[in-house]
Design a binder for this molecule. Sequence first.
Ligand code: AHR
Length: 503
Amino acid sequence: MPDSMKASMILDKSYQIAPVDERIYGSFIEHLGRAVYGGIYEPDHPKADEQGFRKDVIDLVKQLQVPIVRYPGGNMVSAYNWEDGVGPKEDRPRRLELAWRTVETNQVGTNEFADWAKKVDADVMMAVNLGTRGIDAARNLIEYTNHPGGTYWSDLRRSHGYDQPHNIKTWCLGNEMDGPWQVGQKTAYEYGRIAKEAGKVMKLVDPTIELVACGSSNTDMPTFPEYEAITLDLAYEEVDFISLHQYYGNRTNDPANYLAKNMDMDHFIKTVISTCDYIKAKHRSKKTINLSFDEWNVWYHSNEADKEIDPWSVAPPQLEDVYNLEDALLVGSMLITFLQHADRVKMACMAQLVNVIAPIMTENNSHSWKQTIYYPYMHTSIFGRGISLKPILSSPKYDSKDFTDVPYVDSAAVYNEEKEDVTIFIVNKHLEESIDLSIDLRSFEGYSFSEHIVLEHDDLKAVNTSSVESVKPHSNGVSEFQDGYLNTRLSRTSWNVIRLKKA
Ligand code: AHR
């Protein structure tokens, strides 16, 4: 066998970044395309439950252990009247949905979504409309969802069959308000003021909630990061999180450059942390604003197809990217980046969850299936709970079109003291070669190797489809643990999950 490239790592249980907030494994369901209708909800489906929710989809979501789901948008929320989606279904209006140019039937709304979230064991992260609406609609909604009873809006909820409040704890103050595509786009000054006032009033209704203010829609926005700075300057005391959104694509078919894009995400996170801390210093505040990366994923495969969709239809197949192995590797690297920033990234939502740029796909009236990106998301969500450790990594590097010194090996590790296990997540980005990695684990005395899961395929462009699952993990990774060192061979372009347990 020819010599492989070599890399080494020291993993010490005392090199701790921070406890992982499980909410970094959140996701997102927007009233967009077939995410809701034909995705989570399909009343005529043979596997629909008594409320019309697909049980096969519920099962796939539960396997991911998604702790929190953002809802109902996204761009959609900026022209949404939440009142349209509550009360008797037959009375709910059909509306033009302006963000995605469809017809919204409102057959699913706040109460049904709260029920669905319970079924998948997730909390709701609710977004309020700060595009066409403002303080009044936001305070009424939170009175409706969170106040026990004895007032107009809370009693309306009770009259709709929900005696107990939903107690939604996490709220987004609008969505991507800097974007020209947003209904009711706002300058940073306009947005900062409304975020402060809406947030203040929402916390008067329920002081236990946490609020996420919009940051820039992505790093290419001309007002990034000034938008974050002005917004936080105006609303620092009211908000708890600033939001980050970023999608990547491999439009020029340059895999080496594409797989390096989590370096851009890393830079984005560091810039937003600096911006938050500058405003903290300016305000002489003791409060730290954390990051909610509440939209992230790969999004580009469906861009052309979406241009062909006729407007004003109900639940058309929009944003239905079919993901390949290289997408799964970048998704894995993005999750690794979140773990490396576990001290400040406390929430993140893979956008989205079902059918729309999603790990889970459904066929109408038929079965559901897992995309390639399902697997790194599932592995990190299941095994990545505990303390994020800082691997001291020495890896060969490469240069690509937009990046220099890209380590071929990307890694994060999570130590679960209670369960006495440690999981190391690794991507090998090398397009041709396997890499031999030696990991110094001497601080984990009494631990032994338990599993090496690998996601790989000969073809970087291999996808899963509704009928064939070509890209799925196996547990035959090559690893050997001896005298406190784990020696492992990382096959080219692979996602690896190495697990150790106290014997
Ligand atoms: O997730 C798809 C869309 O991407 C969301 O609606 C919007 O917030 C972002 O631009």
